[in-house]
Design a protein around this ligand. Structure first.
Ligand SMILES: [Ca+2]
Ligand SMILES: [Ca+2]
Length: 221
């Protein structure tokens, strides 16, 4: 009686693994230049920004806050590239309801690069237990059900208005996206469709702001 030896088993396991890795095209980064960086700390922070406004949150000047609005940032004079990396540090304030439907949602947030939608998702700051949880789509596109605050870099910040001074009601995300792009200029647009029909002042119930934007020009082979 013949047995399959462990050597043969390893061999057969390696064949599909090799086929998989050899068929994947590895992108090679040839160069990366940071072309725009804004943490909104100077008086000139709003240059090139449409619908820009500043406020102070946790002793830091940020771009915001917004509810049912868009803000656009124009970046010009970019060196030659075929890809851009856009990094947004987003603050999600107060009682966002994620994918919840009815009078309080879904609470959408989106990002476009030169008119092309890169992200359309929802965020939730709701408590989450076995009996109650309002799920969010982020870090995926709208339609997925992830726990509130999935993918966050900070979750213990206080709310801004409805839950001002109450910890865990602002969530900070670092959203980083690689986008195929060429040409010397681009426009980044961030916006929301927040819904809270039962709130007398919707922007106090839920809003967002941005603490940092970075744009890098990449050449990828
Ligand atoms: Ca709400
Ligand atoms: Ca809502």
């Amino acid at each position: 009686m013949q047995f399959i030896t462990p050597k043969f088993i390893v061999f057969f396991l390696l064949i599909p693994l090799f086929a998989l890795t050899s068929s994947c095209h590895e992108d090679e980064l040839m160069g990366e230049v940071l072309v725009y960086e804004n943490d909104f700390s100077t008086a000139a922070s709003l240059t090139g920004i449409e619908n820009g406004k500043l406020m102070v949150f946790e002793e830091d000047t940020v771009l915001g806050n917004y509810n049912n609005e868009e803000v656009s940032v124009a970046v010009n004079g970019m060196p030659g590239h075929n890809t851009v990396r856009v990094v947004i540090e987003l603050l999600v304030h107060d009682s966002w309801d994620g994918n919840n439907t009815g009078v309080s949602g879904p609470d959408y947030w989106f990002m476009e690069v030169s008119g092309v939608q890169i992200l359309n998702t929802t965020f939730s700051n709701s408590p989450c237990s076995w009996s109650y949880c309002l799920f969010q789509s982020y870090p995926d596109q709208y339609g997925r059900h992830n726990d509130p605050k999935t993918g966050a870099m900070e979750t213990d910040l206080p709310g801004l208005c409805q839950y001002a001074d109450t910890p865990n009601w602002t969530t900070k995300y670092r959203i980083s996206k690689l986008v195929s792009h060429n040409g010397p200029s681009l426009t980044i647009t961030c916006g929301d469709q927040l819904l809270q029909e039962n709130a007398p002042v919707p922007i106090c119930d839920e809003s967002w702001s941005i603490s940092k934007i970075e744009v890098s020009a990449l050449t990828v082979k």
